[in-house]
Design a protein around this ligand. Structure first.
Ligand code: SF4
Length: 168
């Protein structure tokens, strides 16, 4: 079977037990781009047909934007920002989310030309031995003194928009 066929088989097996929730862990990352679109459309079709909820885990932010209603951004195993999809793309607040989104190419040529990419310094620390305070502080351009000693908690900063950052 091809990658796309195997993926369809996996989806069919998941549906066979009549679930309400399906956890999709990087379901399309190993697929060819043309097949990715087919599988994403299949996910959307099945979602409305069977009234499903997906927990969709992915690195491709363009795909996430296409399929998700609510998005949680994770860093070192913790959610650092969670909100409605449209909110996240229009108004990212956490410095890590801003950096991630700055790397996604825009279709609008003029907007794309005007903006600059945020390049993060350093490597991702080990989750076994995370830095003290905010785990993102060694790489964050907006870090202040408090970030080095106190872990920020996830707080609601706008209706349904939660962020874990001392400086938001
Ligand atoms: S808490 Fe500080 S280090 Fe962490 S993301 Fe916010 S500004 Fe950056």
């Amino acid at each position: 079977m091809s990658g796309g066929q195997r993926q369809r088989l996996g989806i069919a097996r998941a549906l066979a037990c009549d679930p309400k929730l399906i956890v999709c862990d990087e379901p399309i990352s190993a697929l060819d781009v043309s097949i990715q679109a087919q599988i994403i459309n299949l996910f959307k079709e099945l979602q409305s047909k069977f009234n499903l909820t997906y927990l969709f885990i992915a690195h491709d932010l363009a795909v996430v934007r296409h399929i998700a209603k609510t998005i949680g951004v994770m860093y070192l195993g913790k959610i650092v920002e969670i909100t409605k999809a449209s909110d996240l793309y229009d108004n990212p607040l956490h410095p890590y989310t801003k950096a991630l989104l700055s790397a996604v190419p825009l279709i609008d040529y003029h907007k794309e030309k005007k903006r600059s990419r945020i390049v993060l310094k350093g490597d991702i620390p080990s989750p076994i031995n995370p830095p003290p305070g905010c785990p993102f502080h060694p790489r964050c351009a907006e870090a202040t003194e408090i970030c080095r000693r106190k872990m920020p908690q996830l707080k609601e900063v706008d209706s349904g928009h939660k962020v874990a950052c001392h400086n938001v």
